[in-house]
Design a protein around this ligand. Sequence first.
Ligand code: KIV
Ligand code: NA
Length: 263
Amino acid sequence: IRRITVPQIVARKGGDPIVSLTSYHAHTAAIVDKYADFILVGDSLGMVMHGMESTLGVSLDLMIMHGKAVVRGTQKALIVVDMPFGTYEESPAMAFRNAARIMKETGCGAVKLEGGARMAETIRFLTERGIPVMAHIGLTPQSSHVIGGFKTQGRDQDSWPLHEVDAKAVTEAGAFAIVLEGMVEPLAAKITKQIGIPTIGIGASADCDGQILVLEDMLGLNEWTPKFVKTYGNLGPAIENAVSDYAEDVKSRNFPGPDQVYR
Ligand code: KIV
Ligand code: NA
């Protein structure tokens, strides 16, 4: 395998922080590939790329389409593809069938699914059959209707043991890493110390073994950015300037100019 491997990610536990971003298409993935250890084709693409109100409507085919594009556009990073809502929760066998489709059709190296202790049996089933699984606990957007929105987890310290049990359960089931999303900082730091696999934080803690952000969020391309996002670019206004300059040029017949026509 020429790419960064799952065991190489696992070996980073407690070491150099793991760098990760989401990407959904070939062009941005090629840029991210130069710097990221793994790239997540997240189901957030439903909202970010397709204007959906949540991730619930994302289909397996859509994940596979974007997963293929990202694999094609990259060479170095491990590519992880999200399993969308409704494609893995019902049974380990169903999860295997759909995860295998994702792996076969995209060429990615691992899948990610949401849920802690309740998904442990499925994580074990997949891992034992050749499919590396990244777990995802804390704020799990696919459960937003049960949680009652996108709420930071662990604000009430009484809830900490539940999250700690989730983290231990997925670790024991064979997950190679775990995303901690939307979780109060001390809880994410505590879980990171307690388990033997890398934790990847998003709205979590600098103590996590790695960090991930949605690329469009950190580039300033989304209309709204949550508190946990640091914006490293301001592409929204940059794109708007380019589009409005183009519109002006077309209207004033300044585009195409002498250099852009075949004589
Ligand atoms: O879908 C996604 O982008 C994710 C990350 C936020 C972890 O699951
Ligand atoms: Na996701």
